[in-house]
Structures are given as structure tokens and as C-alpha cells.
Design a protein around this ligand. Structure first.
Ligand SMILES: [Zn+2]
Length: 453
């Protein structure tokens, strides 16, 4: 039995871990690489393992860096089943169709303006491929253990982090392999803390914030003050946000700030992301998984205007009145937020708040690092607006929270592999696991193929 690390082994995206039992091949996550161009190019090179030889896919959660390669896998001939929690299946539908749409859009734009190396530019996958991938999804509720193949079972445990997000336990040939997925925080606005898992022979643990601690201050008063200051000087607020997860947390945060009188109740709030609007409905549908009282879930969108059409979105970018705009994508790598950025970034009165993790190489990462201009659709846009990164809105456990989760294991796993982190973060977590817990632990290289003892 071996594990082949096909993604998220030296970076934070492209999560793909292939477990080969000798008779079956199970792919844990099927994520897209994001961020730097050399990483994104990995999406285009052929998988080290033929898609036809993969029997089953198990998704920890719906974020694209964990699910977004699935249509490409199906396009390459994968025809097995894909297991995920019911909420993940619902969110994956929203995310994968949008991702396919963006891929098609990018290819079309590249052909129109001729800025692709490839002629004609092709999308990585189409809406049709995404639809075929979605047809392979099989919902598996938390806590139900089912047989994937003879002698191979899978079970999901709540991981916090995102609606439907799971830690995956795979039992095969008397070995228990646990994959943490992305772990959430103790005090997330929407999600309860991750459930502990007590036993593993082999453990794969994420390390997104393996070298960082989240600020302990409550993020709501800070957000309230930043918004008040911006509105007072006649500016507007732009929040590039992940459409799924962070957008709903921000809507809840703004709702609470308005109810507490921390920000004016009359300031217009726009959610300019049809995908975020769809995802918000799914949060309502699966509200039993949230830590928020149902009455508050029902009311949190009361003051929010949903922006449906591209025309309405364009009209909003031309508005001169102070406003709060939430728009995707969260790292300003694509989507409608780019049109708002072009208009809002050059004005020093405005505030741009990045509320989530920013992958190195993304526009978001450049802006929070102090870039004075960014390139959007082939042109340079100066940044004079105030730019803030509110890590308190992260959906990821920080280093201490990761260590707390690890301490709940009753015995050390025989081996622990640290994945899903930038090299510094992964190595910092590896060092802490070795020194504080005394476990056998390593950071696998990209494409490493490791025999399990
Ligand atoms: Zn995630």
C-alpha cells in the first residue's frame, strides 16, 4: 500500500493524495492548483497517474483547491464514484459550474485579446465537463461508514472550516488512514470547531497556518471601526471574498455590526456574486451544521442587495455613493471583483479589505504586501485605497489550533505527513509535531510516492 502525493505537497493548493491499496486506487481530494503561474501550469500537465486507473474520489470539502480539478479528471476518463458530504455535494455544484464558466470565459477573453501562448486558447474544462463530474457525486452523511471497495471503508467527521467540510477516515487492510482536510477554528463565526479524531495509523494533516497565530482580538470591532472611518471620509468599502464560506461569514458580521449600531444601518450593502447568493441559500438549507441560531440565519441577509446581472454589476461600479461591496473572487484572481477593483483601488478614500487567506502570487497577496499597482485584464491599475488584511476572518485553524486537534489522538500515528502548506508553514508545523509531541513526521515532496510500513 502506498500514497502518491499529486498535489498540495509543497504548496497550499491542488490537494490530491492518491492512496493505492494494491487492488484499488482512491484519490483523496481533487483540487486545482492556484496562485503562481508555475503552480497554475501544473493543472495543464498530465496527471502522474492515469485518470482511468483511479477507482474512487473522496472530497474533504468543496473549496476549489480541493474539488476544482474533478471536471478535468472526468474529462481525462475517470468514471468512478465521488463521495462527499451532502452539503459538500450541494456546494460543489455551485463552485464547479462557476469554475467551468470562468475557464471558458478566460479562454474566450484570451482568444479575443490574443494574450495566450496557445492558439486557440482552450479552457481547462467546460461547463459540460463539470456537469458530467457532478453526476458522479454520491452524498455520504457525517458519521456513516460505508464500503468503497472490498476491505476499504470511508467515514466523514465534521472539520469546521466550511459548510460540509470533513476529515476523512479511510480504513483499509487493517490500517486507518486519516486525512484532516482543512480544519476550522475554535471560534469561527459560522462553523462549530472541528471534531477530534482519536485514532490513525497514518495521518495527513494540513498546515495552511502551520507557522502563524491568528490575532486574539475580536475581529468585529476592528472591521466596524475600519468601515466607519471609510464612510466618514466619503469612501466606499470593497471586500474581495470567497463566494462560499467567507461571504456568508461577512454578511453575518455586517448584520451584527448594523444591529449593534457599530456601522450605520442605512449604508447600502451589495453582494455582487451570483455564486455567493446561491451559496447563501445552501447555508440556509444546511443550517443544522452551523453554530448560528436559525432565526439569525433567516434574517442575516435582510439588508443585503443581491446583484444579479452583469449590467447591474456594471451600474454598481459607476455608483458614486458610499457603499459596501462584497464580490468574488476572494484573492482577486478573477470574477466581478476585478471590475470593482479597477474603479475603487485608485481612490485613496476607499477601503479594500481582504478577509481570507491569500495564496502567494495572487493579486490579493500582492496587494496586502503593499503593491502600488496591479495588472488587471492586461492594464496596470494604481492602488491608492487603504488595503487591509483581516486574518481574523480566516476559516483555517492557526498553528496552536492545529496542535490542539493533533493532541486529541490517543496514540501517536505511526507516521504523520504534513501537507497543504507553503514550505515554511509545513516545516514549522513538522518541527512542532516532532518536538512537542515526539511523533514520526515528515513533509512529502510534490509527486513523492511513499510506501506505507
Ligand atoms: Zn478549504
Amino acid at each position: 500500500m502506498h500514497i502518491h502525493f499529486l498535489g498540495a505537497a509543497d504548496t497550499v493548493t491542488g490537494s490530491k493524495h492518491l492512496v493505492d491499496t494494491g487492488s484499488h486506487r482512491i484519490l483523496l481530494d481533487c483540487g486545482l492548483f492556484q496562485g503562481y503561474k508555475n503552480l497554475r501550469e501544473r493543472n495543464w500537465s498530465r496527471l502522474a497517474v492515469s485518470a482511468r486507473h483511479i477507482d474512487t474520489v473522496v472530497l474533504s470539502h468543496a473549496h476549489l483547491d480541493h474539488s476544482g480539478y474533478l471536471p478535468a479528471l472526468v474529462k481525462q476518463g475517470f468514471h468512478g464514484r465521488v463521495f462527499a458530504t451532502p452539503a459538500t455535494c450541494d456546494l460543489a455544484e455551485v463552485l464547479l459550474l462557476d469554475s467551468a464558466h470562468l475557464q471558458e470565459e478566460d479562454a474566450r477573453r484570451a482568444n479575443l485579446y490574443g494574450y495566450s501562448k496557445h492558439t486557440p486558447a482552450e479552457p481547462l474544462y467546460t461547463v459540460d465537463d463539470a456537469q458530467r463530474a457532478l453526476n458522479r457525486l454520491r452524498p455520504l452523511p457525517f458519521g456513516d461508514e460505508i464500503e468503497l471497495h472490498p476491505e476499504v471503508t470511508v467515514e466523514f467527521t465534521p472539520a469546521g472550516h466550511l459548510l460540509g467540510a470533513a476529515t476523512v477516515t479511510l480504513r483499509c487492510q487493517e490500517r486507518t488512514l486519516v486525512f484532516s482536510g482543512d480544519l476550522g477554528r475554535h471560534n469561527d463565526l459560522l462553523m462549530p470547531p472541528p471534531d477530534p479524531v482519536h485514532e490513525a495509523d497514518v495521518l495527513l494533516v494540513e498546515s495552511t497556518y502551520g507557522n502563524r497565530r491568528h490575532p486574539t482580538d475580536d475581529v468585529l470591532p476592528l472591521l466596524g471601526r475600519l468601515i466607519r472611518d471609510t464612510l466618514q471620509r466619503g469612501g466606499s468599502v470593497l471586500m474581495p471574498t470567497f463566494a462560499v464560506g467567507r461571504a456568508q461569514a461577512l454578511i453575518l458580521a455586517l448584520h451584527r455590526l448594523q444591529r449593534a449600531g457599530e456601522i450605520p444601518a442605512k449604508v447600502p450593502i451589495f453582494l455582487d456574486s451570483p455564486m455567493a447568493a446561491q451559496a447563501t441559500q445552501l447555508y440556509e438549507r444546511h443550517q443544522a451544521l452551523l453554530r448560528v441560531p436559525p432565526e439569525e440565519v433567516a434574517r442575516m441577509c435582510d439588508g443585503v442587495t443581491l446583484v444579479d446581472t452583469p449590467q447591474a454589476s456594471e451600474a454598481l461600479t459607476r455608483s458614486r455613493y458610499p457603499r459596501i461591496v462584497l464580490s468574488a473572487s476572494g484573492m482577486a484572481t478573477g470574477g466581478r471583483v476585478l471590475h470593482h477593483l479597477k474603479v475603487m483601488a485608485p481612490n485613496p478614500k476607499n477601503l479594500i479589505v481582504f478577509p481570507g487567506f491569500q495564496v502567494s502570487g495572487s493579486r490579493g497577496a500582492k496587494m496586502i504586501a503593499g503593491a502600488t499597482e496591479v495588472k488587471i485584464h492586461g492594464e496596470y491599475v494604481p492602488i491608492h485605497a487603504e488595503v487591509r488584511h483581516l486574518e481574523g476572518f480566516s476559516g483555517h485553524a492557526d498553528a496552536d489550533e492545529l496542535m490542539d486537534w493533533l493532541r486529541r489522538f490517543k496514540q501517536p500515528p505511526r507516521h504523520t505527513y504534513v501537507v497543504h502548506g507553503e514550505p515554511d508553514a509545513a516545516d514549522a508545523l513538522r518541527t512542532r509535531i516532532k518536538e512537542e509531541l515526539g511523533w514520526r513526521v515528515s513533509v512529502p515532496d510534490h509527486l513523492a510516492r511513499i510506501e506505507l510500513d
